[in-house]
Design a protein around this ligand. Sequence first.
Ligand code: ZN
Length: 321
Amino acid sequence: MQPIFLEPYFREKIWGGRKLADIFHYDIPAGDIGEAWVISGHKNGPSKITNGPMKGEYLDKAYVDHPEYFGNPTSKVFPLLTKILDAEDSLSVQVHPDDEYARIHENDLGKTECWYVLDADPGSYLIYGHHAKTKEELAEMIKAGDWDDLLRKVPVKKGDFFYVPSGTIHALTKGIMVLESQQSSDTTYRLYDYDRVDKTTGKLRDLHIQQSIDTTTVPYVEPKLNVEEQVIGKSKITTYLQPPVSKYFYVYKLDVDGELKLTKGTHPYQLVSIIAGNGQLAVDGESYDVKKGTNFIIPAQVENFTLVGEMQAIISAPTEN
Ligand code: ZN
């Protein structure tokens, strides 16, 4: 049994840049590339499998056609999505719906997401939450464009982690790169886009004021994470997210120094992204070179795997299957 290696899908964005080529060494298209969908089964940009018996297939279809690799899931839609984002400029101030609202209005999943900060220019901040006390106050402040009073700004640096449940007003701002683990959804409601003109269309991008007011959680409550660290030899496993705080996914960070043996545990399968360093992945007696920018899935049939080298990785896994 082999790991499932994947090739990213890239998306141009008004706020994107070239760091996905310069820092992650991806072969990206021309233009301002904001997003690499590195492990994606979303129909709007699925990743392609590059090895093994499913080589050449896209993850959305492979998930349906070969359910045994994914622990025979009940759903027909690959539930998670891992992206790397390069915010050369600030993203729109936005909010995402929960599952019920997204199903009724968008025929999509809701979007709870989280960010591991890969890089941040000195002095960078995020927009993360808001200061309105009631829905009425939220609506008034949005309509008045009272952004300084409404938006909660949080300083950010490399290595920080943020959990962003659906209903949270948020934005990455200029000079930040993150690895995002999220529900597989492509639904974003924009409250404010800095009155920017999109070069590709010559127009302002659409805003979604009513949907934003409908879906924003009021008042904002900062999530309380129960982060756990486990030291194994010279390596470390940090658990950022797990139930009951996190409804949809587990998220771990690995700091590998030497040899780190890992097990599938209770997870049906695991999504793994190498975010720094390099080394080898050993599965079933075979060894594969991995490095910053490599993404793969450990399928359901694999009980144990080993990472050897000096590297950092983010792993996610669904809470239900
Ligand atoms: Zn978002």
